[in-house]
Every structure is written in structure tokens, then in C-alpha cells.
Design a protein around this ligand. Sequence first.
Ligand SMILES: Cc1cc2nc3c(=O)[nH]c(=O)nc-3n(C[C@H](O)[C@H](O)[C@H](O)COP(=O)(O)OP(=O)(O)OC[C@H]3O[C@@H](n4cnc5c(N)ncnc54)[C@H](O)[C@@H]3O)c2cc1C
Length: 465
Amino acid sequence: MGTSGTRSARERLVVIGGDAAGMSAASQARRLKGPDELEIVAFERGHFTSYSACGIPYWVGGDVGDRDLLIARTPKEHRARDIDLRLRTEVTELDLDRGRVRARDVDSGAESWTSYDKLVIATGARPIRPELPGMDAPGVHGVQTLDDGQALLDTLARTRGRRAVVVGAGYIGVEMAEAMINRGYEVTVVNRGEEPMSTLDPDMGRLVHEAMEGMGITMVNGAEVTKLSTGDDGRVRAVATADAEFPADVVVLGIGVRPETALARAAGLPLGEHGGLLTDRSMRVRGHENVWAGGDCVEVLDLVSGQQRHIPLGTHANKHGQIIGANVGGGYATFPGVVGTAVSKVCDLEIARTGLREKDARRVGLRFEAVTIESTSRAGYYPSASPMTVKMLAELRTGRLLGLQIVGREGAGKRVDIAAVALTAGMTVDQMTVLDLGYAPPFSPVWDPVLVAARKAATRIRGAG
Ligand SMILES: Cc1cc2nc3c(=O)[nH]c(=O)nc-3n(C[C@H](O)[C@H](O)[C@H](O)COP(=O)(O)OP(=O)(O)OC[C@H]3O[C@@H](n4cnc5c(N)ncnc54)[C@H](O)[C@@H]3O)c2cc1C
């Protein structure tokens, strides 16, 4: 086993994970400190760096024509900025006492230790893949990485049948349902939850369910997959639940992810109840002066509930990386936490949420009013005004906004950002009713749907108080 452990006058930063959080951290640190002051070594076990997994559904669905468009910065570009990037190299052990990591070349199996002065853990998340018969059969695909996306596209190119089953109806599941529709497949979505999009309350999830059925997608809710049947050729043929079997020429998994923290756990680093690394506000791992962590492998503070949560989203991973890079590079930056904002779509249906659902609020002992309103994306008389449903939660007595969910057509989803800002600012729904939002008939009714919901919530709170 080789070593690259000799310390020189300059510091060495070692980064584990070459995507959003890891390479943002490396790039930001490099912006602040040149190669004379800081050596940066980044390990990535895959073939790609700085890629957008978020774009995979649109690449598979054909909206994005070329895989390379999803790559924000190539290995060559990183190396040109004096980042010693080691692709196809997996870190297999952290030795915190001696300040070094053990890495293995995935292709040759060769191992070596690399010492560090500062360490960034950005290992992301691991897709959940239940141990069921047939799960590894050809024709069954995850969509976590670009390699996964390519493998799925290769399967689609070879497959003559046109029946796809998507397992899971979170945002990745619904986005992949759209991708498969766009590829001309007959799509069935098998979902364990009561309704799709469990990040919404069930009454709002119901709207997604109905809209997806209206798009010709067969929705099977409240159903746990028990096995994947295969044909004589070993390829997947059907997805079975306790009550039924759904024929499948291809199966796409979107069941969710868990923090990839096996290395951190083995090294004794602090993990939270969701299995993610625990950091302070500078993204430094709690109790470890020279170790930072960010992205899908960490837990974050939910500013609305005050609880730690695991919210694996690229929007957070990129910010974490920037903040880590700033701190490692000698600056000062902090990550305050999140309010839980997310937006996605299935065909022309936009789905958005921020803050707490009813069950989240109850779990932390908050009492609230929940209101739901119907409105439109533009002035009612303006051509192509489309309907949307907005649900808002506000705390009893204080009137503080607690959460917002939107299901609608074009122009609905990004309205959630109004509520994300209001939540961050700790606004009451009463204060929101007079927010100075832009208005003209092509963009919204004179009372924006979010303000209509705020007015209704404020009236309820006053009535209840
Ligand atoms: C299909 C899909 C759609 C998505 N859509 C959205 C969206 O619309 N909006 C949004 O905000 N987020 C979205 N996300 C989530 C987003 O992609 C992730 O939150 C983001 O990629 C997390 O970045 P990360 O750097 O923390 O982890 P990852 O992107 O998972 O990167 C971690 C990297 O570390 C490497 N690695 C892990 N362990 C080791 C090791 N031991 N040694 C070496 N390398 C290692 C992995 O190979 C990987 O490349 C989507 C994800 C998927 C899969």
C-alpha cells in the first residue's frame, strides 16, 4: 500500500465525494486560497464530477438531449484549477487520530493512505433498495447517478415492450413517471403511501393522484412491493404486491435515499436520528475541529419545527459546499437551516411545498389552523389562466405562518418561494396579506393566490382567537 502522507508547509484539504457539496467546497476553497497555500485532493468513486442528478428525469424523458449538458464542471476543468481529482477512487476508511484517509482504486484495487490537515465529507446519499427477489434483475433501474441514467436509457433502447412500473411516488417517482410517459410508455406507479407525494398532506396528495390518473398513469397507492418477477431470460417481467401483479418491461426505483455515512459511522463521528452527520452552523462536524460535512450526508436544522431533519436536496448541497469552502479557505460563513422548500412537476402539474405539514406541526406540539383555497395563475379573464389549489397552515394565537402547499398548472409551483421567504422572516399570515407582490393580469389575479390563502388563514386565526 502506498502513502502520500508527507506534510509540507502548505495545508492539504482532502474532499470525499465529487459532486455538488464536495466540489463546491473544493472550488470555493480554491477561490480563496491558491495552490501555494492549499493543496486540494478530491476522491470520487464514480466517473463524473459536479453533475446534476436533478436533471436525470429530463434527460431520460428526452427534454434534455445530451448527458454532458448535466455536467456543470468536468474533471478536466477542476484539474485546471489545481484540484488533484482522483476519479474512480473510493475512500474506504477514515483515520481521524492520524489525520488520514485510506483510498482504493476501484479498477485496480490498489490502496493507499493520504494524510490531511482538513477533511470534507460529502458522500451524499444512498438509494433505498429493498432486498426483494428480482431487485437486481436486468431491467430494474435506480436513477441516482449519471451512470444509472445511462443504464436506463440503454435498457429503453433495447426494450421492445412498452410497460413501465415506477416504484415510489415521491418527487423522483413522479418525475420519472413523466419521463416514461414522454418516452411513450404505459406507466403504473406503485406507492406504499396513502397518496403520492408524501411531502404534502394527503388531501393535497390526492389532487396529485387524480391529476396523474387524468394523464393516463395508473396509480396504485397503499401497496408494498413484495417481489419482482422475472422471465426465462432473467429479465424483469412484473412487479408484485400482496394483492396484484403489474406487468413491466422496465422498472424504475424512486423509493428514497438515506445518508451515505458508513465511513463516518465507522470512524465514530456524530450521527443524528436520521443517520446523517451532525454539524455546527459552519458545517464543521460537531466536536471535530478539522472535519466538515455537507450535502445529502448531513442532517439540517428545520427552522420552523426546530428539529433536525434529513432533507437530501441539491439546493442545500450546493450551499453547504460554498460555506464549507469559505470556512476552509480562511473566511467565515454559516448555514442557518432550512424551511423545507421543494418544487417538482409531473407533466403539466406543478407541486410545491414549504414548512410544516399538518402531521409535522402536531408532532412538535403546535396548534394551527389549516385553510385551502382555489385560485388561478393569471387574472381569470386572461387567456390560459389555470387553476391552482393552495393550502396554508398558521399557528393559533400568534398567527405565524407554518407551511404552504400548492398543486396547480403552469405558474403555480414557484409561488411557494413567497412563503419560503415569509417563513424565514417569521412572518404572520396577517403580515403576509399586505405583501407588495408584483401584479399584472398575465402574471396573477389582483390578489395573488398566496395572499388569498393568507387572508383566509388570518380571518380564521382572528376568529379562533
Ligand atoms: C433523479 C434525481 C432528481 C433530483 N432532483 C432534484 C431537484 O429537482 N432539486 C433538488 O434540490 N435536488 C434534487 N435531487 C437531489 C440532488 O441531486 C442531491 O441532493 C445532490 O446531488 C446532493 O449532492 P451531494 O454532493 O451531497 O451528494 P451526491 O450528489 O450524492 O454526491 C456524492 C458523491 O460522493 C461520491 N462518494 C460517496 N462515497 C464515496 C466514497 N467513499 N469515496 C469516494 N466517493 C464517494 C459518490 O459517488 C457521489 O458522486 C435529485 C436527485 C435525483 C437522484
